[in-house]
Design a protein around this ligand. Structure first.
Ligand SMILES: *[C@@H]1O[C@H](CO)[C@@H](O)[C@H](O)[C@H]1NC(C)=O
Ligand SMILES: *[C@@H]1O[C@H](CO)[C@@H](O)[C@H](O)[C@H]1NC(C)=O
Ligand SMILES: *[C@@H]1O[C@H](CO)[C@@H](O)[C@H](O)[C@H]1NC(C)=O
Ligand SMILES: *[C@@H]1O[C@H](CO)[C@@H](O)[C@H](O)[C@H]1NC(C)=O
Ligand SMILES: *[C@@H]1O[C@H](CO)[C@@H](O)[C@H](O)[C@H]1NC(C)=O
Ligand SMILES: *[C@@H]1O[C@H](CO)[C@@H](O)[C@H](O)[C@H]1NC(C)=O
Length: 569
């Protein structure tokens, strides 16, 4: 019965024009489509059996009672679309008492006669969308006892008077979206006990009066997004327990009162993004089958424990683009189904160990664009399904090895744009990168400090590089760096780790066939001391000395960690 588009297309396809079809129109069975700017007057001599009449894109400017009298009795559907109609005279629909669907969309109408619809006792659908209506007159609807669907969207209506819909108690769908409504009263929607959906989005609402939804006991969908609402009464939803969809995004809500969503056991969709929410607390969300919760673009600063505990079916929680600097370890407690949490673009400097605990289904965590300077060892313990961890653009200097080992099963870990500090402690990260080169873009994980390694890919760092940087990191030894730098061979050959094989030093091949040994390190230190004291001309004899001395020492083993310590001393 209601929408036209499909039927219009169907009618457009009619090629055969029947005998008594009006000029410029197309007819099939008892349906007529009149289309075209050349039509400036309502077509005369419309067959009396016409049940469906469409007018689109014509230059007709007014409708009067005479226009419809010839076929009023049979008419079931009448729709005027994209036509410059400015006026509908009183009485136009007085004889069309079988009309089930009536629509004016995309016209120039800014008002309608008060009694225009008085005889339309069977009207089920009234569409008055996309016109220039300035006021909503409750009297229009006073006889529409059968009306189920009313669309008043895209007009210039500024308020909804009290009890506007008192007579249309059967109404199920009411759309007032995209007007300029700034005022609603507690009694605007009185009597609409069968209303399933109410759309008030894209208006200029600043407040929702207490008790406004009191009679809407069948409400399933409420659209309030794109308004200027700053506050919602705590008991607004006390009678709407069947609510399934609630849209509140793009408003100016600064807080949500305690208890507001506690009694909505059927709510499966809620949008709250683009508001000014500064806090959320336990006691806001009751048990509800919400799968996704979008809270981005608010002003949240803290996430306290148990805020979301009742949302046990939540799969996605989006908290990005807030000002969150604190996440309580229990903030996500209860979210056993959570697959993705987005916390990017906040002010986090650290996270606590238990933050993601008890979230066994977590796959994606986004933490990019924060100020995280370190992460706890066990942050991701038990996260066996982890797929993507985004840490790029933070203040991380390192990652602990326990955390890295929890990333073994991931698909992707984003680490770019962090001030990685490439000293000896970066080894676990370097080794992880080397072991899992496909999980991250190796070119984007580069050292910031020390300056000597600035811009170097961490995955490419040799132990030798790190050793140098570790030494230079100690201020007292800063001066020795300059001296040591030109003499890279001696330190290199003593590199005590498997990656030593990648270091192409001649001496190494000769000396370390049996693996790494403490003797090498001792010799290296000796070398350093000697080099610092004696001039480079002595090097040749020194090597000879070394080789001899090491031969004596070969076989003695020790921990490579000792070497490090020795070398710093
Ligand atoms: C129909 O109206 C449009 C705009 O109002 C005008 O430009 C056009 O000339 C009219 N066409 C006819 C056939 O009257
Ligand atoms: C909306 O209504 C306000 C008054 O409430 C008015 O100032 C404003 O111009 C209206 N906007 C439009 C687009 O009509
Ligand atoms: C969970 O919902 C119940 C109501 O069923 C409420 O009493 C309780 O405060 C809610 N818990 C949290 C943490 O919001
Ligand atoms: C995780 O992110 C990937 C890629 O963005 C996406 O395809 C996948 O559906 C996400 N998984 C979950 C459980 O959200
Ligand atoms: C990094 O994050 C900050 C916010 O923490 C943001 O202002 C900045 O634009 C981001 N930089 C890049 C390169 O994305
Ligand atoms: C890897 O990172 C580098 C440096 O940030 C960048 O230039 C390059 O485009 C990235 N490659 C891919 C495949 O993203």
């Amino acid at each position: 019965m209601d929408l036209p588009i499909r039927t219009v297309v169907l009618l457009l396809a009619i090629s055969r024009v029947l005998g008594d079809c009006p000029d410029g129109c197309k007819c099939r069975e008892n349906k007529i489509l009149c289309q075209g700017r050349s039509i400036t007057e309502f077509p005369p001599s419309v067959p009396g059996s016409t049940t469906t009449f469409y007018i689109t894109n014509t230059n007709i400017t007014a409708l009067k009672p005479d226009d419809l009298t010839g076929f009023a009795e049979a008419l079931g559907v009448f729709l005027v679309k994209d036509t410059g109609i400015r006026q509908v005279f009183p009485g136009t629909f007085d004889l069309t008492h079988n009309l089930g669907a009536l629509g004016f969309t995309g016209t120039e109408l800014n008002d309608l006669p008060e009694a225009l619809f008085q005889n339309l006792l069977k009207l089920e659908s009234l569409t008055l969308s996309g016109n220039k209506l300035l006021v909503l007159r409750p009297v229009w609807f006073s006889s529409l006892g059968a009306l189920r669907k009313l669309d008043l969207s895209k007009n210039l209506i500024m308020s909804v008077p009290e009890e506007s819909f008192r007579s249309v108690a059967e109404m199920e769908h009411l759309t007032l979206a995209r007007n300029n409504i700034s005022r609603l009263s507690r009694d605007s929607f009185r009597g609409l006990s069968k209303l399933k959906s109410l759309r008030l989005n894209r208006n200029s609402l600043r407040q929702i009066p207490e008790g406004m939804l009191e009679d809407l006991v069948s409400l399933q969908e409420l659209s309030l997004q794109d308004n200027l609402i700053t506050y919602l009464p705590a008991n607004l939803f006390s009678q709407t327990q069947g609510l399934q969809k609630l849209f509140l995004s793009s408003n100016r809500l600064t807080s949500l009162p305690q208890g507001i969503f506690l009694e909505l056991p059927n709510l499966a969709q809620i949008s709250l993004y683009e508001n000014r929410l500064q806090s959320l607390s336990p006691g806001v969300f009751g048990p509800m089958p919400v799968i996704e919760l979008w809270l981005y673009d608010n002003q949240l600063t803290r996430l306290v424990a148990h805020t979301f505990s009742n949302l046990t079916q939540l799969h996605l929680l989006v908290l990005s683009r807030n000002q969150i600097s604190f996440v309580s370890p229990g903030a996500f407690s209860g979210l056993a189904e959570l697959g993705e949490v987005s916390l990017h673009t906040n002010l986090l400097t650290s996270l606590q160990e238990g933050t993601f605990q008890g979230l066994p289904k977590l796959v994606n965590i986004s933490l990019e664009h924060n100020l995280l300077h370190s992460l706890p060892d066990r942050l991701l313990q038990g996260q066996s399904l982890l797929g993507q961890l985004d840490l790029h653009n933070n203040s991380l200097r390192n990652l602990p090895s326990e955390l890295l080992s929890a990333l073994t099963g991931t698909k992707e870990v984003l680490l770019a744009d962090n001030p990685w500090r490439c000293d000896q402690d970066i080894v676990p990260l370097r080794d992880w990168l080397t072991l899992h080169p496909t999980k991250t873009n190796l070119s984007s994980v580069v050292c910031l400090t020390p300056t000597t390694l600035n811009g170097e890919r961490i995955a490419d760092l040799t132990d030798h590089d790190l050793k140098l940087s570790t030494m230079t990191a100690v201020p007292e030894l800063a001066t020795t760096e300059k001296r040591r730098k030109p003499h890279t061979p001696p330190p290199k050959r003593t590199t005590p780790s498997p990656s030593a094989q990648a270091t192409p030093t001649q001496e190494q091949g000769e000396d370390t066939s049996s693996g790494q040994g403490n003797g090498e390190a001792v010799s290296r230190n000796t070398n350093i001391v000697i080099i610092a004291v004696v001039c480079t001309a002595v090097i040749t004899s020194l090597i000879i000395f070394c080789v001899c001395w090491r031969k004596n020492k070969r076989g003695s083993r020790n921990l490579s960690r000792r070497n490090k310590n020795n070398s710093v001393i």
